[in-house]
Design a protein around this ligand. Structure first.
Ligand code: GFB
Length: 318
């Protein structure tokens, strides 16, 4: 990308988009096109097409999506499938119509079958049934990959799809009913610590295994891929660091300084039993994540303490 490339970053206010924006600014990219969802509703096809016609971006980073943890995915399946299908189909088609030179489509490793061999390779896609708690979201993300690939075949579009593992970091959503496990635990332990509570209630059994990637590493990986990668199909972006939810809870309790006990609400779903992706294709291209989980947890905790009053999901008292 040239320093003056016209880059449209969709979703710049989210966890992923916010981190990509910081990296683009640090690199001195001068021509960033940014719109909040209030300014441009990407579910609105006519508005999206008109925006692309007017702005003529050269590069598009599709980080706008309806996302959430296991609770939001289970409770809002209709919103998750509709909004993600609409956003992806409008943006990808608008990019084709206006001759966008490069598009990065972001998904999630929940696109892979629930019982895929671990670590999950890209060729596991569509080889078995999906995890039911996030199937609507996963299917929308699979459709977006397929769309990029179909446009590559039919129209020669250079559209690529990156699949990050579970992400965390500054700027995350901390709303306990809709957020992912890591911000939920940081908040729950910190609030227990502040109030002197003796125990913290967590969801499920604590046995599921997850891989976590710090958001700045994902942002660097996105720019790396935009500059050096042009293939159909998904490419995984993971850290290789796998922990059980119980181990994660212990690490977070230690970072926060909470010494009380953990109580597991087994009426809440565990979701997929194990989800670590194989990122060898990305690593073989020369990319390596830099931030270890311990370090990333400390940074995210520090950010949460400093920004608690304005963090998403906390300010509203949700
Ligand atoms: O991060 P999380 O919500 O999503 O949950 P997934 C991960 C695991 O942590 C599950 C457990 O086994 C949860 O039951 N957990 C324990 C908690 N305590 C809590 C808590 O207080 N809050 C939350 N949220 N979880 C989502 C998918 O899957 O993650 C999406 O639904 C997407 O589609 C995304 O792929 C990355 O890792 O299970």
């Amino acid at each position: 990308m040239k320093p003056d490339s016209r880059i449209y970053l969709a979703g710049h206010r989210g966890l992923v988009g916010g981190a990509i924006l910081r990296v683009l600014r640090a690199r001195g990219q001068q021509n960033l096109i940014l719109r909040s969802s209030r300014e441009l509703d990407l579910r609105d096809q006519a508005a999206t097409f008109a925006f692309f016609e007017a702005q003529q971006p050269e590069v598009v980073i599709l980080a706008a999506a309806r996302v959430g943890g296991i609770g939001a995915n289970s409770n809002l399946p209709g919103e998750f499938i509709y909004e993600n299908l609409a956003i992806a189909s409008n943006v990808i088609e608008a990019a084709r119509r206006t001759g966008v030179g490069k598009l990065l489509n972001l998904g999630s490793t929940c696109i892979y079958p629930r019982m895929a061999p671990q670590p999950i390779r890209e060729d596991a896609l569509l080889s078995g049934p999906l995890e039911p708690t996030n199937r609507p979201y996963a299917l929308a993300k699979i459709a977006a990959i397929e769309m990029c690939d179909a446009y590559r075949r039919q129209y020669g579009c250079d559209f690529i799809s990156a699949m990050p593992t579970n992400l965390y970091g500054p700027g995350d959503n901390f709303d306990l009913e809709t957020c992912h496990v890591l911000p939920a635990l940081l908040r729950k332990f910190q609030e227990a610590q502040d109030s002197g509570a003796a125990e913290v209630m967590l969801w499920g059994t604590g046995t599921p295994l997850r891989e976590f990637l710090y958001i700045d590493d994902l942002a660097e990986a996105c720019l790396f891929l935009l500059e050096r990668y042009s293939e159909p199909g998904p490419i995984n972006v993971g850290s290789g660091e796998e922990v059980s939810i119980l181990q994660l809870a212990r690490m977070i309790a230690q970072v926060v300084g909470f010494q009380g006990s953990l109580v597991w609400d087994k009426s809440r779903s565990d979701g997929t039993p194990r989800k670590i992706c194989d990122s060898q294709r990305l690593y073989a291209l020369g990319f390596k994540p830099q931030v270890r989980l311990h370090d990333g947890l400390r940074r995210t905790h520090a950010w949460f303490l400093e920004h608690r009053s304005e963090a998403r999901g906390v300010r509203t008292g949700a």
